[in-house]
Design a protein around this ligand. Structure first.
Ligand SMILES: [Zn+2]
Length: 818
C-alpha cells in the first residue's frame, strides 16, 4: 500500500500560487550567451512540450522539425536545412536554429563516390551534425514539402575528422514523437511545465535505519535560485521498503498522459491550457539505470547512455554518436526481448543488449529515455573522490600517514565549513558534500607535506613504471596532479553558468581527468563513474548546466523527511509523513496568498500574518550563510547607521582589547586621511567633529541580494573578502580591523581596515593556482580603510598560505557545492 499526492493537485496549487507563478518562466528557449537555466538547454528548445512548437512567418506556419529553405548571406544562396528550434534572442526576438542539410557536392571529398552520387540523383541529401546555425525569421524562404527528402546518413566530426554514420544513430527530433494539441482558443493563456523527477532510494551515502524511498517533483520553469529553496521541492510520495517503483508511479503516469496532450485548468480564475511533460529524471547510478531500462552498471553493457562494453569504459577514442543508445533502437530491442517466448533466450538477449526485460513505466510518457535520464554528477563525483582518497591513503607509508593526519588537522579549512571527519579513520561516515569539500583542499594538503618517504617504496616504483619516469620524486607530483585534475573537473562540472566556450572547456577537463586517473591508478580504468565523463558535455548542453537537477539539495530534502521517521508512529510512516507534508504545504499556499478551490475568498488570516512568521516560511532554505552559532557576546549598544539601502541590521560584537587596537593602529599611518576618504565614500563630506570610535572583532549585518533574498553576513577579523574594483575587477583583501566612528551628523558608521592581496601573475606549477603576495606595512600604494559597503562577498574565496614561498595560493577549486 502506497500513498501519493496527485500531480494535478500539485500543478494546480503551483499555478494558483501567485507568489510562485510570477517567478516562473513559461516562454520559448532563450538563446542567451550565459546558460544557467533549463530554458537555456537544447531539450527545452527542441521539445514541443516545453519550447515554442511553431511560428507564423509570412503567413506560413513553420513547425519545429520542418525542413526549410533559408537564405545564407555568407554564400549568397538558398540552402536546405532543418528547423531544430524556435528560440528567443536576448533582445526578445525570434531566432531559428537550423541544422544544415548537405547535397552531394557539399560532402567532403573522402565521402564522394559513385554510390552516393547515384543516390543523390534520386533525391538523397545528408544531415550534418552540430554545430547548428542561428538565423533570423527573414532568412526563411519556404517549407520543403513533407517526405520529399531522402536521408539515410549523417555527417559528423569525430576528433576533428569527418565521419559518416547511419541516420538512425541519432536522437530523434522531439517533433517525431511528440505532438501537442493547440489550446481550444487562441486567446487562452498557455502554460507549459517542465517536470523534474527525483527518486531517492538510499544509496551508498547514508545510514539505513528505516528504509524509505522518496519521489520528488520540481518545476524546471522556476529559476535555479528558486528551485534551490526547500519549499520548492514537491513531494509526490514515499515508496515503502520493498515497494515497487513502477507500481508506485502508475497513478502519476496516467495523470501525466493527460497533461502531455494539454488540459484545461483554471489558473487565477481564468481558463488556461496547461501542458506538462517529463523533462528529466535523476537518481543514484543504479536506480538511474533502472529508469532508463538498462541493466545495472556492473553489467557488461551497463551504461544507460551508450553501449560501450565494460572493457572500454574509459577508452578515449570511443565514437560516442555511433555507440550511443537511442530510444527508437532500444524500442526495437525491447520488442525483440518481449517477443521471445523462451526465458533462457530472453535472458541472453537482455545480456547482449544490456537491457532489462521490460522498459521502465516512465516510458509510457513522451520522452527520450537515454537522453532524459542523465547521470547525476553529485553522486558520481563523490564516488570518484572517495575512491581516489582510498587509493591515495593506501600509498602512504607509516610516516606518510602520520604526516597526512598532522597536515589535515592543521590545515586552515574555510571557516563556513562544518567539521570534516578524519579522512583515514572516518571516511565511511563521509557524506557527498564532505567528499566534495575534501577534494577542494586535498591538493594543497598533499602539496604541503608529500615527499618521497611519505609513500611506500614498492608502490612508488610501480607508479614510476606506469607514468614512465625514472625519477621517484615525480611520483608525488603525479599523485597531486590527479587531485588537481579531480578538483578542477569538479569545479567545472558544478559550474552554475556556462557559455559555449566553457562547454568546450568542460569537455577538455573531463577528458584530461579520464587520461590521468587510470594512468596513475589502474583501479580507475573502466570505472563507470569515470566513464560518464564522455556523456557529461552532452547533458550540460541538454539541460543548460549539470547542476540544474540540484541533486545535492534533493538528497538533503530526502534526509529531512527521513529524520522525521522516528517521530512518527512508525506503523504507517508513509501516510504520516505525507500528512505532515500536506499540512505544511497548505499553510505555505495560504501564506503565499494562494487561492483555495474550497474557499470562496482568500484566507485573510494567513495572508495578513505577522511578518516574522512569513519570514520563517520564506527562509525555508538551506545555505551556509543561514547557519550561525555565534554567541551574543559584548554586543554593541550604539545603533550603527548603514550608508546604503541593501545593508541593514548592522551589529558589532566583541570589543577588542586596548593592546589589539594599538597593534592595528600601528599599521595605519594614514588613519585620519583615509578615514576622511571613507566618509566621503558614504556621502559625508565635512571634516570629522567627533573622535568617538570603538574596535570590534566581529560585525554582522543583513544584505539584500539582487534576487530579493536576504542573507546574514558575519564579518570577522581575518576573513578574506572580495571587493569589486572598477579598474581591476575582482580583488581580494584580508580584514585586519572593524571599527565604528561617529560622523558629523552624530551617527555611528562602521569601517574596515584591510590588507590587499597583490597578484604576482605567477601560477603554482603543481597546483595550477595563482600566487598572491599580501600588501606589506610599508606598501602605501593602496588605501586600507573603507566603509563596509565596499565588500562584495565575505569568504567567497579561499587562500592557502604557502610556508615554503611565503606566498598565498588562491584556491581555484573552492566553491559552494550545495
Ligand atoms: Zn556510456
Amino acid at each position: 500500500m502506497a500513498y501519493q499526492l496527485s500531480i494535478s493537485d500539485i500543478i494546480w496549487n503551483v499555478l494558483n500560487n501567485p507568489s510562485l507563478v510570477k517567478k516562473m518562466y513559461f516562454g520559448p528557449d532563450v538563446d542567451s550567451k550565459i546558460k544557467s537555466e533549463y530554458w537555456h538547454g537544447t531539450l527545452w528548445a527542441e521539445s514541443l512540450l516545453f519550447g515554442k512548437e511553431q511560428l507564423m512567418i509570412s503567413e506560413e506556419i513553420y513547425k519545429c522539425g520542418d525542413f526549410v529553405y533559408y537564405y545564407d548571406y555568407n554564400d549568397n544562396e538558398q540552402k536546405l536545412g532543418r528547423l531544430r528550434a524556435i528560440v528567443l534572442n536576448e533582445g526578445d526576438q525570434y531566432r531559428l536554429r537550423i541544422q544544415k542539410v548537405l547535397d552531394y557536392n557539399d560532402l567532403p571529398g573522402t565521402f564522394k563516390g559513385e554510390l552516393r552520387q547515384n543516390r543523390s540523383l534520386s533525391g538523397e541529401v545528408w544531415l550534418q551534425d552540430e554545430p547548428f546555425l542561428t538565423i533570423t525569421t527573414s532568412q526563411i524562404s519556404e517549407k520543403v514539402a513533407e517526405d520529399t527528402l531522402q536521408i539515410t546518413e549523417i555527417l559528423y566530426k569525430h576528433h576533428a575528422h569527418w565521419r559518416i554514420r547511419d541516420a538512425t544513430l541519432s536522437y530523434q527530433h522531439p517533433s517525431e514523437y511528440v505532438s501537442v494539441m493547440q489550446s481550444p482558443s487562441s486567446t487562452m493563456k498557455v502554460y507549459k511545465l517542465f517536470l523534474d523527477i527525483y527518486y531517492d532510494d538510499f544509496g551508498t551515502f547514508r545510514n539505513v535505519y528505516h528504509s524509505l524511498g522518496g519521489v520528488y517533483v520540481q518545476f524546471g520553469n522556476m529559476p535555479a535560485h528558486q528551485r534551490k529553496l526547500l519549499k520548492n521541492h514537491f513531494v509526490l510520495g514515499f515508496v515503502p521498503f520493498g515497494g515497487n517503483f513502477n507500481e508506485f508511479m502508475l497513478p502519476f503516469v496516467s495523470e501525466m498522459k493527460e497533461f502531455e496532450q494539454g488540459k484545461l485548468m483554471k489558473v487565477n480564475g481564468e481558463d488556461s491550457w496547461v501542458i506538462a511533460g517529463l523533462g528529466v529524471v535523476t537518481a543514484d547510478l543504479p536506480q538511474g539505470n533502472d529508469m532508463a531500462g538498462v541493466l545495472r552498471h556492473n553489467a557488461n553493457k551497463g551504461c544507460r547512455t551508450c553501449t560501450a562494453s565494460r572493457e572500454s569504459f574509459t577508452n578515449l577514442y570511443q565514437d560516442i554518436p555511433a555507440t550511443s543508445r537511442y530510444h527508437h533502437t532500444t524500442d526495437v530491442q525491447f520488442k525483440e526481448i518481449s517477443d521471445e517466448p523462451a526465458t533462457t533466450r530472453q535472458n541472453q538477449l537482455c545480456t547482449q543488449y544490456g537491457l532489462r526485460a521490460k522498459p521502465n513505466i516512465l516510458d509510457r510518457l513522451l520522452r527520450e529515455r537515454h537522453l532524459q535520464t542523465p547521470q547525476d554528477v553529485y553522486h558520481a563525483t563523490a564516488g570518484k573522490i572517495g575512491r581516489l582518497l582510498k587509493l591515495t591513503c593506501e600509498l602512504f607509508s607509516q610516516e606518510g600517514e602520520n604526516e597526512f593526519i598532522k597536515a589535515w588537522k592543521s590545515f586552515k579549512k574555510p571557516k563556513k565549513w562544518p567539521r570534516l571527519p578524519n579522512p583515514i579513520s572516518h571516511h565511511a561516515s563521509f557524506m557527498m558534500s564532505d567528499y566534495l569539500r575534501l577534494a577542494m583542499i586535498m591538493p594543497f594538503i598533499l602539496n604541503s607535506f608529500l615527499k618521497v618517504s611519505s609513500l611506500k617504496e614498492n608502490e612508488s616504483k610501480i607508479i614510476m613504471q606506469r607514468i614512465d619516469t625514472l625519477r621517484i620524486s615525480t611520483v608525488k607530483n603525479a599523485i597531486i596532479s590527479c587531485w588537481v585534475h579531480v578538483a578542477k573537473t569538479m569545479r567545472m562540472v558544478f559550474e552554475s553558468k556556462f557559455t559555449l566556450d566553457s562547454y568546450d572547456e568542460l569537455q577538455k577537463c573531463l577528458r584530461e581527468e579520464m587520461i590521468i586517473l587510470p594512468k596513475v591508478f589502474p583501479e580507475f580504468a573502466n570505472l563507470p563513474n569515470l566513464h560518464i565523463n564522455v556523456h557529461l558535455p552532452m547533458h550540460a548542453r541538454t539541460y543548460g548546466t549539470l547542476i540544474n537537477t540540484q541533486v545535492g539539495i534533493k538528497e538533503m530534502v530526502h534526509r529531512i523527511f527521513k529524520a522525521m521517521v522516528p517521530r512518527t508512529n512508525c506503523k504507517n510512516v508513509e501516510l504520516d509523513l505525507l500528512k505532515r507534508y500536506t499540512t505544511l504545504f497548505a499553510i505555505r499556499h495560504l501564506v503565499d496568498r494562494g487561492a483555495d478551490q474550497r474557499l470562496s475568498q482568500p484566507c485573510r488570516g494567513f495572508a495578513t500574518m505577522q511578518s516574522n512568521f512569513r519570514n520563517l516560511l520564506t527562509n525555508w532554505y538551506i545555505t551556509e550563510d543561514k547557519v550561525s552559532n555565534e554567541q551574543e557576546l559584548n554586543e554593541d549598544v550604539d545603533v550603527i547607521s548603514s550608508p546604503v539601502d541593501f545593508i541593514t541590521n548592522i551589529i558589532l560584537k566583541r570589543l577588542l582589547s586596548q593592546q589589539d587596537r594599538e597593534n592595528i593602529m600601528k599599521n595605519l599611518p594614514n588613519f585620519k586621511s583615509e578615514l576622511l576618504l571613507s566618509f566621503v565614500d558614504i556621502g559625508l563630506n565635512s571634516a570629522l567633529v567627533y573622535s568617538q570610535m570603538g574596535w570590534y572583532e566581529l560585525a554582522t549585518y543583513t544584505i539584500e541580494e539582487s534576487d530579493g533574498i536576504f542573507s546574514k553576513v558575519h564579518l570577522h577579523i581575518g576573513d578574506i573578502v572580495t571587493i569589486h574594483e572598477e579598474n581591476n575587477g575582482e580583488c581580494y583583501a584580508i580584514i585586519k580591523g572593524i571599527f565604528k566612528y561617529k560622523g558629523n551628523n552624530g551617527k555611528y558608521y562602521v569601517f574596515i581596515t584591510i590588507d590587499w592581496f597583490d597578484d604576482t601573475n605567477r601560477i603554482h606549477n603543481v597546483l595550477k593556482c595563482p600566487l598572491y603576495r599580501i600588501q606589506s606595512i610599508q606598501d602605501m600604494r593602496w588605501r586600507r580603510i573603507f566603509p563596509i559597503s565596499i565588500i562584495d562577498r565575505v569568504q567567497k574565496v579561499h587562500f592557502v598560505y604557502d610556508t615554503k614561498s611565503g606566498l598565498w595560493i588562491k584556491n581555484n577549486y573552492y566553491f559552494t557545492a550545495i
